[in-house]
Write a protein that binds this ligand. Structure first.
Ligand code: UDX
Length: 445
């Protein structure tokens, strides 16, 4: 049994720590936030992630997973230390490495035996080398040896446990073959493809992978915007493109753009890395710009169908940046709802899970409904920002009846056009024909 210490109990640290415990390692997760550790010890999981609570409880009960706020003690007791602290975006767009650097200094100060330090956080190329020197500068005994390895995480929120337990590859970047092999062995129970590289390449793989996926999304969104103008349907176009195995059918779902804690941050960070390296990454700049403009399609649809928004009541369905998470970081809801309010609309919002999270960032004027049908009642339009299954499977007939006018602006292409036509909605979606209905608005019941 290997002893793994994980510093940082955010998404990456908590999920990967729990999964490493699940495959048989002994894992201690630690954090400087003592209240978070206290809650974790009571199995009060700070994030909504399907399956995580059960897995944490199971592994804690079986003695493989524990939590501690004694970071120094965890460092001393662990042979392998994962750094999984946050790397938020700083004002200039580059990744803020202050938490990573502080973790490295602490590791240096508490180095008592040979250890392997593994960066899981997404960090700019060169950070592994920087950590090596920070650790070395803080060693109590300068003859103490250690290795730094980059092992980026590729899990998605909402399916994080599945993604981690069924990882498609483990990228292991190291300057020392023995250290790389030790981390490869830790991954043996996952029966995954091991891909060993240099430290720098592993760091770059993470950025290249995330920004490539963001590029796919902005590309299909740009195609959608043309489809809308020339009478093509982007869902058909994406399906037809995806049949070519060189392209693949994933990440070709057009909509109001990507959000979340990774793609927006990582695209800006890579743009910054490129600038620092003397390369002007025009393609990536266009990806970012396309994504920022894409959200505004919702406002276009609203203005097209309602004219002025002053005094209009709008139901917003979906506040999280994607389904199955309560994460609202860079969620379209946080920029679009204030815009609707500024334009004079009243907003009633609903989300199956993320109301509490979103409420911390949205203006006080927003009303929240605790049920989807309550949210749409008496509204002049219904706007879909997140494709939660509850929203995709809503009773359209009932929604039509409850809305003051049957207008739906769908930022996620949740419904077939024929279905919306049959239900007599005015339906605006992304990269598809607008369905207009001559039928007068239903009387509200
Ligand atoms: C992403 C990466 O997928 C993951 O590998 C990395 O470790 C972290 O960043 P995540 O942000 O959790 O994961 O969500 P993901 O499912 O990738 O979706 C990101 C955003 O893209 C969401 O806003 C989603 O709505 C949007 N998206 C995704 C699309 O608009 N269209 C698509 O086809 C796919």
């Amino acid at each position: 049994m290997n002893r793994i210490g994980v510093i940082g109990t955010g998404y990456v640290g908590l999920v990967s720590g729990t999964c490493f415990a699940e495959v048989g390692h002994k894992v201690v997760c630690c954090d400087i936030d003592e209240s978070k550790i206290t809650r974790l010890k009571q199995f009060n999981i700070p994030i909504f992630e399907p399956g995580l609570e059960e897995l944490v409880k199971k592994n804690a009960a079986e003695g493989r997973l524990s939590f501690s706020s004694d970071i120094a003690g965890v460092i001393k007791d662990s042979a392998v230390i994962f750094i999984a602290v946050g790397t938020p975006m700083s004002a200039s767009g580059e990744a803020d490495l202050s938490y990573v650097k502080e973790a490295a200094r602490m590791i240096g100060r508490n180095m008592n035996t040979h250890k392997i330090i593994v960066t899981k956080s997404t960090v700019p190329v060169g950070t592994g080398r920087l950590l090596e020197s920070l650790i070395r500068d803080n060693l109590p005994d300068s003859s103490q040896t250690f290795d730094v390895v980059s092992n980026p995480e590729f899990l998605r929120e909402g399916s994080a446990i599945h993604d981690c337990m069924n990882m498609e590859r483990a990228v292991i970047g190291a300057g020392n073959a023995q250290a790389a092999e030790a981390i490869a062995e830790l991954h043996a129970p996952f029966e995954t493809t091991i891909f060993k590289t240099s430290l720098e390449s592993a760091e770059m793989i993470k950025y290249a992978a995330n920004t490539f996926l963001a590029t796919k999304i902005s590309f299909i969104n740009a195609i959608a915007n043309i489809c809308g103008k020339v009478g093509a349907d982007v869902t058909e176009v994406a399906a037809g493109m995806g049949l070519d195995s060189r392209i693949g059918n994933k990440f070709l779902q057009a909509g109001i753009g990507y959000g979340g804690s990774c793609f927006p941050k990582d695209t800006y960070a890579l743009k910054h890395i490129a600038e620092e390296a003397g390369y002007s990454f025009k393609l990536l700049e266009a990806v970012i710009e396309t994504n920022e403009n894409q959200r505004l399609l919702i406002m276009d649809g609203l203005v097209q169908s309602l004219g002025s928004l002053r005094g209009k009541k709008i139901a917003v369905l979906g506040l999280s940046f994607k389904p199955n998470t309560d994460d609202v970081r860079e969620a379209p809801s946080l920029s679009l709802i204030p815009r609707m309010l500024e334009m004079g609309a009243d907003v009633c919002a609903y989300d199956p899970i993320a109301i509490r999270e979103a409420g911390q960032y949205l203006p006080d004027e927003v009303d929240y409904a605790h049920e989807l049908y309550e949210c749409v009642t008496d509204c002049d339009a219904c706007v879909i920002l997140t494709e939660w299954s509850e929203i995709v499977n809503m009773d359209l007939e009932r929604v039509h009846r409850l809305l003051r006018s049957p207008v739906m602006i769908d930022g996620r292409n949740c419904f077939e056009l024929d279905v919306m036509r049959a239900h007599q909605f005015e339906y605006h979606s992304v990269g598809r024909q607008v369905i207009r209905t001559a039928v007068p608005a239903a009387v509200t019941v």
